[in-house]
Design a protein around this ligand. Structure first.
Ligand code: B12
Length: 371
């Protein structure tokens, strides 16, 4: 098993912040050059498995964001994991494995053409060279990685098996009935969210990653879960506030909202005064509502690694502003599931792998607060 290929070979502190900033400044130019090179390649269509050009361009964007994020927070491990995810996901969609080496060469070429400062260029070229040198290993590891650890890895239980088949069949009524039959108490609701809904959606994600369910089927599954949660909410939302104010939101550009909503519901069930903002709250709006309403804590959900950088910027701004710096920041979401230590790199106050643990941490903070 090849583990942490990059992390074991590189120390990101070797990359100067000037080189990292130069990469971020040049991203648009680099993206254009990389796309042009690949489109001009004689086997362009075959390399991308007949997918539309937009899919390839989107992949380049993802590559650039993950590279920039890894450089910014000094984490080669993050880069490695994202590269493995990309290889696995796009190989499943028909991209050829030599597409990725061709793309890496195109990035090298674009860097050589775009960077004025040869020292900065050389620092970045070395990373790309390393990715190229380990290309075959990375392909193999990504394909072997179907068993990558997921935070929600639980023994599939009967209820979950039934629930996921209802989601995949698009049976909203069946899913509502199942939830209604099973959930009698707040404890049942928590169990249902953690042991049925969460692993079912992780499974839907794995099927999407392997190109075995379509985007529409994934949307349908999410929409059914949203309807089930909305139907359950009024049954348990009658509460008395016994704890502080909490703002729960998905981070900027983050469209995944079910995890945040679970956290919001768990906190609310336990007496927190929750403001739930849903998906994709812009950074300045998060900062403004924190300053205006002065909650005790803010919980930010970040599901994809491509949104970590933006979330990190929000947290830095919260901590830098004296009007919000005392607000506790807890983070969570799928992007941390393989690298829980990322929360420290984002300068959050805590991370929790699930809504129950988030609640426990919030309550500990509340109980320990200076009165
Ligand atoms: C449904 C879904 C979508 C839907 C979301 C719709 C919605 N309204 O929420 C849509 C279609 C929008 C979507 C889009 C994309 N998605 Co998507 N998506 C999923 C999927 C299948 C399920 C998400 C979900 O609801 N999970 C269930 C909830 C309960 O899980 P959770 O969020 O992880 O929450 C738990 C914990 O993480 C924690 N938690 C969550 N938030 C918080 C917050 C705090 C503060 C705390 C303490 C804890 C905590 O508590 C929860 C359990 O109690 C996941 C698969 C997965 N593994 O989750 C992929 C997944 C997250 N998506 C993925 C990707 C790549 C994308 C796209 C980039 C796809 C693309 N276009 O190329 C876009 C990105 C859009 C964007 N800008 O955000 C990847 C991410 C991979 C990576 N390396 O980052 C995943 C993992 C799929 C996969 N296996 O490859 N997606």
């Amino acid at each position: 098993m090849i583990k942490n290929i990059l992390a074991s070979n590189y120390d990101l502190t070797n990359i100067s912040s000037a080189a990292a900033e130069a990469y971020m400044r040049s991203t648009d130019q680099l993206l254009t050059q990389v796309a042009n090179q690949l489109l001009a390649h004689p086997q362009s269509k075959a390399l991308i498995g007949g997918n539309p050009q937009e899919v390839m361009k989107d992949l380049h964007q993802k590559h650039a964001i993950s590279m920039a994020t890894a450089l910014k927070i000094n984490s080669y491990e993050l880069l490695e994991k994202t590269v493995l995810w990309m290889y696995r996901t796009y190989l499943a969609r028909g991209f050829r494995s030599d597409y990725f080496s061709t793309e890496l060469l195109a990035w090298q070429q674009a860097i050589k053409q775009s960077f004025d400062n040869p020292d900065h260029a050389n620092e970045l070229l070395a990373i790309y060279q390393w990715l190229l040198d380990h290309h075959q290993e990375m392909i193999e590891q990504s394909l072997a990685g179907a068993d990558l650890p997921f935070a929600a890895q639980r023994e599939a239980n009967k209820l979950q098996q039934v629930f996921i088949s209802l989601l995949l069949q698009g049976d909203t009524q069946g899913a509502l009935k199942l939830a209604d039959d099973f959930i009698k108490t707040a404890q049942d609701l928590k169990h249902f969210y953690l042991e049925v809904v969460w692993p079912s959606m992780v499974e839907v994600g794995k099927l999407w990653e392997a190109d075995k369910v379509s985007v529409a089927e994934e949307h349908l599954a999410t929409a059914i879960v949203g309807r089930v949660m909305a139907a359950l909410y009024p049954r348990f939302a009658h509460y008395t506030v016994t704890r502080g104010k909490a703002i729960v939101s998905a981070g900027p550009n983050e469209f995944h909202e079910i995890g945040a909503r679970m956290c919001a519901d768990f906190l609310e069930l336990d007496g927190w005064d929750v403001t739930y903002l849903g998906a994709n709250t812009p950074a300045d709006e998060i900062l403004a509502i924190l300053e205006r309403t002065q909650p005790f804590l803010v919980a930010l959900s970040i599901a994809t690694v491509f949104n970590l950088e933006k979330a990190g910027d929000v947290i830095r701004s919260i901590k830098a502003n004296p009007a919000t710096s005392a607000i506790k920041v807890i983070v969570g979401g799928h992007s941390f599931s393989e690298m829980p230590q990322l929360w420290q790199m984002l300068h959050a106050d805590a991370y929790a792998a699930d809504a129950e643990t988030a609640l426990r941490i919030a309550n500990d903070w509340w109980n320990a607060r200076a009165r």
